[in-house]
Design a binder for this molecule. Structure first.
Ligand SMILES: [Zn+2]
Ligand SMILES: [Zn+2]
Length: 344
């Protein structure tokens, strides 16, 4: 270790104060008490990514993300999670004064909570696979919280898709980088706005995702749905279910669900789900046409382990519309907890 950690410095001071320095009066603050505060103190911006904020804290203070981890008593291999949040926020004087939900917290059963939402499947968040909007980065030097969602695919401000590759050398960007604007590959990530072909439907879907993340009631009507009270987790599960399968009746490759998707794969999933949703609205037959292209698992998973009771009722309704009454009844029969509830 090249530099002393705050703990070792504090320990040394304690030894000195006991052995050779005058002991301060009871209750008085020692004159040279070590401060945990970093020189430049800053607070998260509205809608800022938790890990993005930590990257900003590190770079503003001229230290690496690795050094920030060290100061918070974390090992090099550890990712930023809620259990480190207090110690990290203490470095900028915010411990205990900030709603503690900027970093992911694992929960029993394999899920995770973050930003005040519960996600049944960890891969709904892309904490190991950051993405960005080059123009937002250039203009604000802040990473948005919605970029951390696996199925957030566009920047509505700049009308472009989000990306996870360095614009210069096309390597996958990392959180361990010099700053929000600079990649670990030593290339600048910010860039001019490039207007891309973002359809009205995609805008509507992205808006729903962001509204749900921000705890605002979204308008589902532009995509032909009515599902008040649906959680962000169930919404993302619905998009996964509709967009995962590439060709009819072929189950998705396992890697697709066990890892957070690349920005490009996420875009493909969302665009595919929108196309299918639009086709079902225009055919007038609703979701029933989609049985051969919908992945059952994300819907069934939400029904069995919903974030709230609206999720369960809405997803069971969708499940029944897509796979038919018989299959829905069979799902209910197989799971006793479901059959004891009046859901229809
Ligand atoms: Zn942007
Ligand atoms: Zn690069």
């Amino acid at each position: 270790m090249t530099q002393m950690s705050p703990i070792s410095r504090a320990t040394i001071f304690k030894k000195l104060s006991v052995s050779s320095l005058a002991r301060p009066a009871h209750g008085a603050t020692p004159l040279h008490r070590h401060s945990d505060l970093l020189p430049i103190v800053l607070a998260p911006a509205a809608g800022e990514s938790g890990v993005g904020f930590l990257l900003r804290v590190a770079s503003t203070n001229g230290i690496s993300v690795h050094k920030l981890r060290q100061l918070a008593g974390m090992t090099e291999a550890e990712t930023f999670t809620a259990k480190h949040e207090d110690r990290l926020l203490a470095l900028v004087g915010l411990a205990g004064s900030w709603p503690s939900r900027l970093l992911p917290q694992r929960i029993s059963g394999g899920g995770v909570t973050c930003y005040g939402h519960r996600f049944r499947v960890r891969t709904m968040l892309r904490f190991r696979r950051p993405q960005f909007c080059p123009t937002c980065i250039r203009e604000t030097q802040v990473c948005a919280a919605h970029w951390d969602l696996s199925l957030s695919v566009a920047c509505l401000h700049h009308g472009c898709f989000l990306q996870d590759l360095c614009p210069s050398c096309r390597t996958q960007i990392r959180w361990n980088r010099p700053s929000v604007e600079w990649g670990h590959c030593k290339h600048i990530l910010g860039g001019a706005a490039v207007s891309e072909d973002i359809s009205q439907d995609l805008r509507a879907v992205q808006k729903i995702t962001e509204d749900l993340l921000n705890h605002q009631a979204p308008d589902f009507s532009p995509v032909g749905l009515s599902c008040p009270g649906l959680s962000l987790d169930a919404w993302c599960s619905f998009l996964w279910a509709l967009g995962l399968i590439e060709t009819p009746d072929s189950p998705p490759r396992r890697t697709v669900i066990t890892r957070a998707p690349s920005s490009l794969n996420a875009r493909t999933v969302v665009v595919r789900s929108i196309t299918r949703l639009r086709a079902s609205v225009e055919s007038g037959r609703g979701l029933s046409d989609l049985a051969h292209v919908v992945a059952e698992a994300p819907l069934a998973g939400t029904i069995l382990d919903p974030a709230n009771e609206c999720d369960r009722a809405i997803c069971l309704n969708w499940y029944e519309s897509i796979f038919g009454e018989r299959q829905a009844a069979s799902l209910v029969r197989r799971h006793r907890a479901l059959s004891q509830m009046s859901l229809f």
